[in-house]
Design a protein around this ligand. Structure first.
Ligand SMILES: [Ca+2]
Ligand SMILES: [Ca+2]
Ligand SMILES: [Ca+2]
Ligand SMILES: [Ca+2]
Length: 430
């Protein structure tokens, strides 16, 4: 009798069997990678072959419910901005803006070229605008796609060099506001100006009294809700070559408040890339910061720091997440947290680079299995893997969900050759 047999198995033996089955299941999960990318060459009609991308953003400029890719860079002695219209994975490029470089601006030098592209829906009409800033004090420009025509509107801001831009609805009124920082040139000298918030009043950006200390030159601003109260805060990072200082601001009902940490655990990293991730459902939030630690000017080493966020009713604390730091390499580059295979666990992409920006980049993929991160080897992203991408020097990688399936794909700009798409074909349990 089947039921009787089941009852007759001693409890100790049953738990032993359950243990073996659980271990086998765990082993299967650990050994089987579910994240997969397929590499394919990509023709983008209208995109010049000599384009060196320098910055990009994704924006739904036409209000079609899907993201287009906006790329700024250098091509044939001009600064250019292209919209790569994305029709369910079929791409076509159209130039939005062009500025010929002056003779004293050598093409490819750090002083030329686009500095920042960002997007926002300034007018709340479902069509997103693109905000363009050059590296030296050029006019700040808003590009608006209006029924097939690009409208270009200068905005009433101080002309800033080395600008830092972030869009956040800091007051929660539904209109996205602007954080802007940078340097201004006074008598030939660059001088930091304090970061400032501009409030969006029905499409018009007006300076507020809310400012942030200028600190060291900032090169990044990340909008992050560290304490998950629905109000966006800010992470401000600093430029390489200046002693790094990172600042985190909480946005409370009483305004912005700089976070101070006991024991000064917030390491100053220059050229920082930051991501917010929860690697275990219900677990703490992690703040991942990659950058260079520069105890002396221009002398530093790549470093990856992971902070565990603990929110108490009145205060927020940071502690090192040693487990994560052991799982991840020290790196300078870009860190992206995303559930790459859709299994509910946040995975990690790290796009490493050398300190000299012309060096090829390395893509690293980390799969999250039950809360543990493990680097995947031998994929099409890996140099020397013998797969299509292995032969290339990857100069730029744009993480971008090209087919709108919710899983991040990677658009790579290698040299030599045309762009290569790493399409994310992962599936949970596949
Ligand atoms: Ca709009
Ligand atoms: Ca607002
Ligand atoms: Ca995952
Ligand atoms: Ca995708």
């Amino acid at each position: 009798m089947a039921n009787g047999t089941a009852i007759l198995i001693p409890r100790r033996k049953a738990s032993w069997l359950v243990g073996i089955v659980a271990a086998l299941l765990l082993l299967a999960q650990v050994t089987e990678a579910t994240i997969r990318f397929e590499a394919a060459g990509l023709d983008i009609p209208g995109l010049p072959a000599d384009l060196s991308p320098m910055c990009w953003t994704t924006a739904d400029m036409e209000g079609r419910g899907s993201k287009d890719l906006i790329v700024g860079g250098l091509s044939s002695g001009s600064e250019v901005v292209f919209m790569i219209r994305n029709n369910r994975g079929s791409l076509a490029a159209e130039m939005l803006m062009q500025r010929r470089l002056k003779p004293e601006e050598p093409s490819g030098s750090i002083s030329s070229g686009m500095r920042t592209l960002s997007h926002c829906d300034l007018y709340r009409d479902g069509r997103e605008e693109v905000f363009v800033i050059g590296s030296e004090p050029d006019e700040h420009t808003m590009l608006r796609w209006n029924h097939g025509v690009v409208e270009q509107a200068p905005l009433p801001f101080p002309k800033l060099a080395w600008p830092v831009v972030a869009w956040l609805d800091y007051d929660g009124d539904g209109w996205v506001d602007l954080f802007l920082a940078g340097s201004e040139r006074v008598d030939g000298q660059l001088r930091r100006v304090p970061g400032r918030l501009y409030r969006n009043r029905e499409g018009r950006l007006e300076p507020t009294e809310v400012t942030f200390p200028s600190g060291p030159p900032g090169d990044s601003a990340y909008v992050m809700d560290f304490n998950e109260d629905g109000r966006p805060g800010l992470f401000l990072g600093s430029e390489a070559g200046f002693k790094g200082e990172n600042m985190m601001y909480l946005n409370s009902a009483h305004g912005f408040e700089r976070l101070e940490f006991p024991g000064n655990t917030l390491v100053g990293l220059a050229d920082a890339s930051v991501a917010l991730a929860r690697f275990r459902p219900g677990g703490p939030l992690d703040v991942l910061v990659c950058g260079t630690w520069e105890p002396q000017l221009w002398a530093g080493a790549a470093l990856t720091v992971v902070y565990k966020v603990e929110v108490w009713p009145k205060r927020m604390w940071l502690g090192y997440d040693r487990e994560r730091m052991n799982e991840l390499p020290d790196m300078l580059g870009e860190v992206v947290a995303s559930d790459l295979d859709g299994d509910g666990y946040t995975d990690l992409l790290m796009i490493g680079r050398e300190r000299h920006s012309t060096a090829p980049k390395e893509i690293m993929v980390f799969q999250n299995t039950n809360g543990s991160l493990r680097q995947l080897r031998g994929g099409p992203w890996e140099r020397g893997s013998g797969r299509p991408l292995g032969a290339y020097q990857i100069l730029d990688v744009i993480p971008f969900d090209i087919d709108g399936d919710g899983k991040l794909d990677l658009l790579c700009f290698p040299r030599p050759g045309k762009p290569v798409l790493l399409r994310n074909v992962s599936a949970p349990g596949k």
